[in-house]
Design a protein around this ligand. Sequence first.
Ligand code: HEM
Ligand code: HEM
Length: 185
Amino acid sequence: MSPGSIEAIANLPIRYHWVQRLVHWLMAIVIIAALAIGLYCSYLVPGSAERQFLLDIHKSLGMTALVLIVLRIPLRAMLGEPRRTIAPPRHERLASHMVHGTLYLLMAAMPVSGYITSASEGRSLPWFGLFNWPNLLPENRHTGRLLATVHHYGAYVFFAALSLHLAAVVWHHIVKRDEVLSRMI
Ligand code: HEM
Ligand code: HEM
């Protein structure tokens, strides 16, 4: 049976693998919380106790996202994506690949830039008060500020890509009434 044959395609699953679904929803919760807390912190006075407390939670959530994305990328490479019952038009496939690709890129770039900001500025790297992540970088304020800028603008791109992602899910579910949402639940 060749990989492109009708039997081979018919044998592909119609939902994401349960591990992919579990990691998707865990990451959705962790990332939305990290984004919301990060944005809120940007309005708080630097050095205040409240900002410090919330940033510690933010960093813990962000480092959790880093661990999960390291697992998620090989899972995606190994398991791929499920088949669609009706092949979507080319522009729809292109749009979904572009948005998903951007989300994957940011799911890696945001935790990495956050880690480099904190590590190179000699700040703490806690994980929910249980332990501290090792600081692998020499102190360098210039690198810290540069990566803080990447982290800052990355957050806006993340927010935009996520809004498109959620709008697409709502459009598929409510307007097109297709199987897109059920592939992930
Ligand atoms: C309540 C919020 C969310 C809902 C309802 C949702 C829903 C979905 C659905 C239905 C799919 C399957 C699309 C398909 O291939 O047909 C999907 C895929 C995906 N979602 Fe979400 N999502 C949410 C939040 C997030 C968040 C926060 C992220 C991370 C930034 C994210 C990243 C992704 C990615 C990268 C894929 C593509 C998966 C792959 O092909 O490997 N989602 N989402
Ligand atoms: C999915 C992961 C992450 C997201 C979505 C995220 C998002 C954000 C957002 C929206 C802000 C506010 C932007 C600003 O003030 O300029 C922020 C700030 C910050 N984040 Fe993250 N972040 C993530 C991961 C991390 C990680 C892993 C760390 C460190 C271990 C971290 C450390 C910081 C720090 C220190 C700030 C304050 C920056 C400053 O003082 O200039 N973040 N983050």
